[in-house]
Design a protein around this ligand. Structure first.
Ligand SMILES: [Zn+2]
Length: 92
């Protein structure tokens, strides 16, 4: 038997120290993944993050993207690689 803490133990301790319920966050994460995995083809639109202002050319800054079809949300890295996959898939 090991006394090594599990990931759940560690996340629980961190969450407790900052007053965050890590289990509630995981429920939200799993629900988001379920939406994304069930969607046949995403149509992501940027969610404007006004806290970051605008870029030097005045264009809007998007940190996260939400699919208009399934409602799933991804960060800018997920959006970028999804779009690249779509481009590569259609460039046969
Ligand atoms: Zn979708």
């Amino acid at each position: 038997m090991s006394n090594k803490p599990t990931l759940d133990d560690v996340l629980g301790a961190i969450g407790k120290s900052v007053g965050v319920d890590h289990k509630a966050i995981m429920v939200d994460v799993r629900a988001n993944l379920a939406k994304l995995n069930a969607c046949p083809r995403h149509d992501f639109q940027g969610i404007q993050d006004t806290s970051l202002g605008t870029l030097g050319d005045g264009s809007k800054w998007f940190r996260d993207y939400r699919c208009t079809r399934c409602g799933g949300k991804v960060d800018s890295h997920g959006y970028h690689w999804y779009q690249r996959g779509v481009e590569h898939g259609s460039a046969k």
